[in-house]
Design a protein around this ligand. Structure first.
Ligand code: NAP
Length: 324
């Protein structure tokens, strides 16, 4: 084969040094990593000091002032999550470092998991499984493990963005009426599902199942506390697949133990992976290990978007999914 003489003279651009969470290696193929000199960084390793120009962290890695300081060449933090409360956005902006996330691709899997939690909590699935496994089940009984029938009840959505709306779109199939609270009205969502927009007070007072879908922010931190829990309907169920910081966990444990709430289904916690001991001991809880987006398909898409953001920025083009 005759090669064009010029091919030999083209300078080969040096591969760009990047840090990528080692846990993502299984979800990426070599074609996505072209032009990158990857250092795989596992969760238990601290962020190293060095000349890396990009980092693809998981939510478990804090990227703040110190990390930005020891990575002086950093151009982008491509967070592999839709949330980005593990990144100090102010520090990044001051340093001129771009921050991206992976919105959209987690929506359907997280909405499915939210419904898994709603059904498991309402119908006392874990207690049922435990009873069968214990060998103490003595047979069908009309009053055994009675739960909440969803048909005709109100599903309250705190936050009606991508995931909140996807959860809402599944509700008519279960015969639930939808109320939601968000900063702005969602006309298309209302038209599609018949959802009604209310303020937080009405949402708390009328929801039989209250599901949280706002991001963690200074305004939403602790939004579910002793006072707001007190305004919830007696026997209502609280579901959280958003962020642990939204809930004051001690207050939630009190509301469950006193019987004011009918149950709680949680995927996220304030001090992950530690879980408040009173929540662990509280009745009628379904506690999952932050698996909202844990499907093979979604993980691949998340890793692909995070790395595509890196490739785009290193090529001098705008990031695909910037946070700001
Ligand atoms: P999104 O599309 O940005 O939706 C966020 C919603 O929250 C919007 O409706 C927004 O209202 C509303 N909101 C924001 N701040 C508010 C405030 N102070 N008061 C009332 N409403 C407020 O986000 P998303 O993709 O649906 O994701 C939601 C959250 O789910 C993420 O931030 C992440 O923390 C969490 N998540 C968890 C998992 C998991 O594994 N469990 C997976 C994916 C995501 P406006 O529309 O009016 O602005």
């Amino acid at each position: 084969m005759v090669l064009h003489p010029l091919r030999h003279e083209l300078p080969i651009a040096p591969a760009q040094p990047v840090l990528i969470a080692a846990e993502l290696q299984a979800f990426l193929d070599s074609s996505q990593l072209t032009g990158l000199d990857v250092t795989w960084l596992s969760t238990d390793q601290p962020t190293p000091r060095g000349e890396w120009v990009a980092i693809v962290p998981l939510l478990s890695r804090w990227v703040g002032g110190t990390e930005l300081k020891i990575l002086p060449k950093l151009r982008i933090v491509a967070n592999c999550a839709v949330g980005y409360n593990n990144v100090d956005l102010v520090a990044a902006e001051m340093r001129g470092v771009l921050v991206t996330n992976t919105p959209g691709v987690l929506t359907e899997s997280t909405a499915d998991l939210t419904w898994a939690l709603i059904l498991a909590t309402a119908r006392r699935l874990v207690e049922g499984v435990d009873l069968v496994r214990s060998g103490k089940w003595t047979g069908w009984h009309p009053e055994q493990l009675l739960g909440l029938e969803l048909r005709g009840k109100v599903l309250g959505l705190l936050g009606a963005g991508r995931i909140g709306q996807a959860v809402g779109r599944r509700a008519p199939g279960f015969g639930m009426r939808i109320l939601y609270a968000a900063r702005g009205a969602k006309a298309d969502f209302e038209k599609e599902t018949g959802a009604g927009r209310v303020d937080l007070q009405q949402l708390l007072a009328e929801s039989d199942v209250l599901s949280l879908h706002v991001p963690a922010s200074p305004e939403t931190k602790g939004i579910i506390n002793a006072e707001t829990l007190g305004h919830m309907k007696p026997g209502a169920i609280l579901i959280n697949t958003a962020r642990g910081d939204l809930i004051r966990e001690e207050a939630l444990a009190n509301a469950l133990t006193s019987g004011h709430l009918g149950g709680a289904g949680l995927d996220v916690y304030t001090e992950e992976p530690a879980i408040h001991p009173r929540l662990l001991a509280a009745p009628r809880t379904v506690l999952l290990p932050h698996i909202g987006s844990a499907t093979e398909e979604t993980r691949r898409k998340m890793a692909a978007i995070a790395v595509a953001n890196v490739q785009s920025v290193l090529a001098g083009t705008p990031p695909l999914t910037p946070v700001f």
